[in-house]
Design a protein around this ligand. Structure first.
Ligand SMILES: [Zn+2]
Length: 94
């Protein structure tokens, strides 16, 4: 009795889910965290609220909620750099 092939069921069981980004936007406003006029990069998703990152202090909001910054040195700088990289990557050209 031959074993049934299981590859197809395994492949469908494993998938990494990432919500599609429907649009990007730039906001010019006063940041509630650092209190300065700043620019914020934002991404809107199909089924989720938008993610917004302040380019001055690195604070991130998701769907209007403040996201905690990791307790590490340079967390804000890292957040800003990651947002810029992400922005460029989704723009389709460097
Ligand atoms: Zn800020």
């Amino acid at each position: 009795m031959a074993a049934r092939p299981v590859e197809s069921t395994v492949m469908t069981a494993i998938h990494i889910y990432a919500p599609p980004v429907t649009r990007r936007f730039v906001l010019a406003r006063t940041c509630p965290d650092c209190g300065k006029r700043t620019r914020m990069l934002g991404w809107a998703y199909e089924w989720y609220g938008a993610t917004v990152v302040c380019l001055r202090c690195g604070r991130e909001w998701q769907d209007g909620e403040w996201m905690p910054l990791p307790f590490m040195r340079g967390a804000r700088e890292h957040s800003i750099a990651a947002a810029k990289v992400r922005w460029r990557r989704l723009s389709g050209h460097d």
